[in-house]
Design a protein around this ligand. Structure first.
Ligand code: ADP
Ligand code: ADP
Length: 226
């Protein structure tokens, strides 16, 4: 069953740019969905709308997670991983992973086990007291994934997360992400312009054209997970 559905979603920005028009898309629970398409076709805009960071101009986004209403969007737990790991340089890895939980009022003591479990699952438990500058690019990205994981998001949105990494690190992270997804039964929406990455990672690919806004075709590359 879908966890979130976009129906007839359009987005026109204040400057008149029509980024999306008539997008119909549903995200199944537990699926690894890739949004594949060239730069500027509206992939990031879809993620921002799903995350509630912006409002669609037309159409509706329906959640099927039992959390009702627009006010609930704030409470709804959506994880976001960007291309830039956006870690606070002055804070240790542990504090960086704690931040979103801290903003929700979770104390250091209460968050501790979840933070360490998240770091463990990305192979960085030994780096909890390191600073971001002591880590490689791949390791920073792992911290960023751990930070999202620690909040136990119902949907994890990833916006070209590995695009800035070298190819070997990227392949490694692809593998690790796939294992994590299988292990944790996450729902992931993964934005990429890499055909390889989308085919390698996802259960389903939504191919978007450069034409303003259409999710032109959905190509099933594998059966969605149960
Ligand atoms: P993608 O993620 O596929 O590269 P985006 O969703 O970032 O595409 O952008 C889709 C279109 O909307 C592009 O033409 C982009 O320039 C435009 N756009 C994105 N954000 C804004 C904004 N805040 N204001 C105006 N135009 C925007
Ligand atoms: P990358 O993805 O950047 O190649 P990985 O995240 O795959 O790096 O890490 C590979 C391993 O190399 C890590 O688990 C870690 O043990 C070690 N490593 C990488 N960078 C450093 C570093 N700056 N300091 C200590 N160990 C490191």
């Amino acid at each position: 069953p879908p966890i979130v559905t976009l129906a007839g979603v359009g987005k026109t920005f204040d400057n008149g740019t029509e980024a999306l028009a008539g997008v119909d898309l549903s995200v199944g629970r537990g699926e690894f969905l890739s949004l594949l398409g060239p730069s500027g076709c509206g992939k990031s805009t879809i993620l921002r709308l799903v995350a509630g960071l912006d409002e669609p101009t037309t159409g509706v986004i329906d959640w099927h997670d039992g959390v009702a209403g627009r006010a609930a969007q704030r409470a709804r737990n959506v994880g976001f991983v960007f291309q830039e790991p956006t870690l606070m340089p002055w804070a240790k890895v542990f504090e960086n992973v704690w931040l979103p939980l801290r903003l929700k009022g979770v104390s250091r003591a209460d968050a501790g086990p979840r933070i360490m479990a998240a770091l463990e699952s990305v192979g960085l438990a030994d780096f909890a007291t390191s600073y971001p500058r002591e880590l490689s690019g791949g390791m920073k990205m792992r911290v960023s994934i751990a930070r999202a994981l620690a909040t136990e998001p119902s949907v994890l949105l990833m916006d070209e997360p590995f695009a800035a990494l070298d190819e070997i690190t990227r392949f490694r992270l692809n593998d690790d992400l796939l294992h994590l997804w299988a292990e944790k039964a996450w729902t992931i929406v993964f934005v990429t312009h890499s055909v390889f990455e989308s085919v390698y990672l996802s259960t389903r690919i939504a191919v978007m054209t450069g034409r303003p806004g259409h999710v032109a075709t959905e190509v099933v590359v594998d059966e969605p997970s149960p």
